[in-house]
Design a protein around this ligand. Structure first.
Ligand code: ADP
Ligand code: ZN
Ligand code: ZN
Length: 806
């Protein structure tokens, strides 16, 4: 029976989850295996594309085959890049996320293993002489881009239609391993001694080489080390020619932490509360039970220490552990704590690494050299083979949901993998998402609580300043009198302050004070943001950039000013208000460069500044013992967003940032400035009262029929033409409706709140439902039934439990 392979192919224009069957040619029969990337011909002609082998089997050829079965062209890997588990996970997730398996497999792999394609023209019949000699230079093929450069693209495409040229696709692998060159001795000690004798006096350099080879014994040493000892590459090459030695390439890992030293730490004696939680997790691990724990512990209650000790247990059993954090760049201290406890066992995956560095960390996991993986969202796909524990820290963070395709939530993946490996999952947070907390009430998750700080410090006192009152008293500055006073006090005492500028949904825009004109992006219906550092206006959606206007383009007035509160503006105001303040500003502008976060945090830790001013990125996980004041400049901006989770997000943010205060010996204080000081999210954050917030918010969600009481599906459609987009979404909704009972609620279709981006018009419809058995299948039907329209420019996206509403 022939050997067959089922392959999930990567065809950009025809997305499908159906595997295609290929013949495995004899010369590849011992090579091809499940989980490998292969190159296969696809469709008419010999277009080559990448695919993933999801099954290999000996089987009869299907009888009803109307076309000839094709051979696999070649393999792209020596070893499988996907495990059986990950292949299965891709199948299951593709259903839940409404995306294609091939997209999921690509997401699971480091970027360098995602193939790229180039196109070229190939001569298959006689073409005009001048083209043959001047453009193709007598050769058989021509790169697509070269044809473009030479201005002959149209001509070439015409020849393709006349079947004189064909378009060929080449798949490229970006995989690059770092290697170092080493010199390997080939001869014995005695042989080298003889050579040395035979060399003339003039060959001093060769003599030196032979000496070094003799000393090296059998060990290869780097070319660089030979150079340091005065032996040039030319001399080494002579040695190679004469058969004294060989030059070999040895694979090495790039180590992004090579220059950092970690002081080893040991397990602390757990507090009584910590012990209770630790014990339950440990029991589940011992019993190989895939329990999901919701570890709800106030900031500083010692959750991380529980993670560390549980992972130590996992390593003891010879298994691996996965630890997810929202964003590594923002939590350098977390990485530090893991590296200090587990050293070389830790692989760190995050967006700050170069593609090569990421690939190397990935290979360390693949080769089972690192068993603890610390990383952001996509590390949930790390190729650990035997997992003993999965942890998601700050489980409420929205960064765990990918907003692009495939729209997966890391929490769902974690629970899936926990089931597969029969290991527990810990979801940790001081402010769990309502969904997770509700599941704990229902007994789906096991609730573990830590209600005291590990060092017995009390939570900081929070006061709310009513900014409306400040204005009434004539203070129009960004800073209330109280906040200013407290900041000055910290400067005098040589203590530190953290200032949060809540910038969600907020930006500095240019406004005409005469006619109200706001400068919008010509491609997207949102205002452009002012960037003082580059002195330009930028669109954060599409990247459009232009100069700052000095005259209103609508009424020609010169009173066009910037409006809103950017971090730079606050920094300037702060410098004026407190001349002796030393400020570190952290926002998208100051942290663009690689490693910038880490550097700024370090500077603050070393007390090079007394105020850390920043956006949301300073709210998470930081532990600076000298911070005794946290100020929230504007608590309200995130309350006004068109999103049913805005109160929850505001509560979480305020709680998070308050937790940065008073972590050391000294007591901490928090000042929250607000125009809505009586809002329950602000009042309950002030009282550190998660439980009341949970009750209140659940009640409101119940009345307004939102998550966790209802599930939500968001269907979005976009097209270059506004009418087409509107028409299509109405059609699609009609297609879905038969699958819905009258218990479900349909919101829309409506234009999205930013109706146009990248010159496309967006419409969306929300479906709220409790139980609809036919809905998921119907939505998948919609995706397959609209393949043709999708390839013609209608974009459809389906988001299960969306988190993003703007
Ligand atoms: P969380 O992750 O809940 O915010 P951490 O694990 O960061 O809390 O702990 C807060 C602080 O308390 C850290 O400085 C940590 O070293 C300390 N800590 C944690 N557990 C203990 C313990 N059992 N004994 C003493 N100190 C502890
Ligand atoms: Zn104007
Ligand atoms: Zn734009």
């Amino acid at each position: 029976m022939p050997l067959l392979a089922d392959v999930i192919v990567d065809v950009p224009t025809l997305q499908t989850n159906r595997p295609y069957t290929y013949l495995v040619p004899d010369e590849l029969s011992t090579v091809v295996s499940k989980g490998m990337r292969v190159i296969v011909p696809f469709g008419q002609g010999s277009r080559c594309i990448q695919g993933f082998v999801v099954d290999v089997r000996h089987d009869e050829l299907p009888l009803d085959l109307d076309i000839e079965m094709k051979n696999i062209s070649t393999v792209m890997d020596a070893n499988p890049v996907l495990t059986d588990e990950l292949i299965k996970l891709g199948q299951d997730l593709s259903h839940l996320t409404f995306s294609f398996q091939v997209k999921l497999y690509q997401t699971m792999l480091p970027a360098v293993l995602r193939a790229t394609y180039t196109k070229r023209f190939k001569i298959i019949d006689d073409i005009p002489e001048d083209l043959l000699w001047e453009v193709f230079k007598g050769k058989e093929d021509l790169e697509w881009e070269r044809a473009e450069e030479l201005g002959v693209l149209d001509q070439a495409i015409k020849l393709v239609k006349e079947q004189k040229l064909s378009i060929e696709y080449d798949v490229h692998d970006k995989k690059n391993m770092k290697t170092i060159r080493k010199v390997k001795p080939l001869l014995s000690f005695e042989a080298y001694a003889e050579i040395k004798e035979s060399l003339s006096l003039r060959a001093a350099k060769q003599k030196r080489l032979v000496e070094l080879l003799q000393q090296a014994g059998k060990e290869a040493a780097t070319v660089a080390s030979f150079k340091e000892k005065g032996v040039s590459t030319a001399v080494i090459n002579t040695g190679v020619e004469k058969g004294w030695c060989d030059i070999i390439e040895e694979e090495v890992y790039r180590d992004p932490f090579a220059s950092t030293t970690f002081t080893p730490t040991v397990a602390m004696t757990l507090t009584d509360d910590q012990k209770v939680a630790y014990k339950q997790i440990n029991e589940a691990m011992e019993a190989n039970r895939p329990d999901v724990f919701l570890l709800k512990g106030i900031t500083g209650s010692g959750k991380t220490e529980i993670y560390l000790q549980s992972i130590a247990e996992v390593l003891e059993k010879g298994q691996g552990a996965l630890m997810l954090v929202p964003e590594i760049a923002l939590t350098p201290q977390m990485v530090h704590r893991f590296k200090s406890r587990f050293g070389e066992e830790v692989a760190v995956l995050h967006s700050g690494l170069s593609d090569g560095e990421k690939y190397d960390e990935w290979r360390k996991i693949e080769n089972e050299e690192a068993k603890v993986v610390v990383g952001a969202r996509s590390s949930i796909f790390a190729p650990l083979k035997d997992i003993g524990l999965i942890i998601i820290d700050e489980e409420h963070e929205t960064t765990y949901k990918q907003e692009e395709f495939p729209k997966y939530h890391a929490r769902d993946v974690a629970i899936w993998r926990g089931d597969y490996h029969n290991c527990p999952v810990i979801l940790g947070s001081a402010t769990p998402s309502l969904e997770s907390r509700a599941r704990a009430t229902k007994g789906v998750y096991t609730l573990l609580e830590l209600n005291k700080r590990a060092n017995n410090q009390s939570l900081p006192e929070v006061s709310v300043v009513d900014m409306r009152e400040e204005a009434k008293q004539g203070n129009h500055s960004t800073f209330s009198a109280t906040l200013k006073e407290e900041l000055q006090k910290r400067i005098d005492l040589n203590e530190q302050s953290v200032l949060l500028l809540n910038r969600r949904g907020y930006s500095s825009f240019v406004l005409c004070r005469d006619c109200g004109f706001v400068l919008e992006c010509p491609n997207c219906d949102i205002s452009q943001t002012l960037h003082m550092d580059t002195k330009t206006m930028k669109c954060h959606y599409c990247g459009h950039e232009e100069g700052i206007p000095s005259i209103c383009s609508s009424c020609s007035s010169r009173s066009i000013r910037y409006f809103g509160t950017g971090t730079q503006k606050v920094e300037e105001e702060l410098k004026e208000l407190l001349p002796d303040a030393r400020i570190i500003r952290m926002d998208v502008d100051t942290t663009r460069r690689k490693g910038a976060h880490e550097k700024l945090f370090k500077a603050f830790e070393n007390k090079e500044a007394n105020i850390l001013l920043g956006t949301q990125m300073i709210a998470k996980g930081l532990d600076f013992p000298d911070v005794t004041l946290v100020g929230v400049i504007n608590a309200d901006t995130s309350l006004g967003l068109p999103d049913f989770r805005s109160a929850e997000k505001t509560f979480q943010l305020l709680t998070q940032v308050s937790g940065r205060s008073g972590r050391g010996e000294k007591e901490g204080k928090v000042i929250v400035q607000s125009y809505n000081p009586d809002h329950y999210a602000i009042q309950l954050a002030k009282q550190h009262d998660y439980d009341s917030f949970y009750k209140k918010e659940m009640h409101l969600r119940h009345i307004s029929e939102y998550s966790p009481y209802f599930y939500l599906i968001k269907l979005s459609v976009s097209h270059e033409n506004e009418m087409t987009a509107a028409k299509k979404i109405a059609q699609y909704l009609d297609f879905i409706k038969p699958a819905l009972s009258d218990q479900s609620i349909i919101l829309g279709p409506t234009p999205r709140s930013i109706a146009r981006t990248h010159n496309r018009y967006h419409f969306q419809v929300m479906i709220k439902y409790k139980k609809e058995e036919k809905l998921m299948a119907k939505l998948h039907d919609l995706l397959s039934a609209t393949q043709k329209e999708q390839s013609k420019g209608v974009m459809i996206s389906i988001d299960y439990q969306p988190l993003d509403f703007i």
